[in-house]
Design a protein around this ligand. Structure first.
Ligand SMILES: [Zn+2]
Length: 89
């Protein structure tokens, strides 16, 4: 069976929307008593293009590490592991 990691806060929201008061208490106790999963939150970022003199480089919006690449085609930052799926604001 594959593992599925879920957010406790999303469970609580769901319980409040779908269960009656009697069942909410039991469900909330279950969440409190479950051990936390050994997972780290996924960092998200995007490539920021910079031009210094004639050199173009890119830095990761999450860790600010610079890379002298022609195009940031990496799906993840090689320095901090951020998933580069955000849009520049
Ligand atoms: Zn990074």
């Amino acid at each position: 069976m594959s593992e599925k990691y879920i957010k406790a806060s999303e469970c609580e929201k769901y319980f409040y929307e779908h269960l009656d008061d009697v069942h909410i208490a039991g469900a909330m106790n279950a969440i409190d008593e479950m051990p936390a999963a050994d997972v780290a939150p996924v960092r998200h970022g995007y490539w920021v293009k910079e031009k210094r003199d004639v050199l173009i480089h890119w830095h990761c919006s999450a860790c600010k590490e610079c890379f002298y690449l022609d195009m940031p085609n990496a799906e993840y930052c090689p320095h901090c592991g951020a998933k580069m799926d955000l849009k520049e604001v």
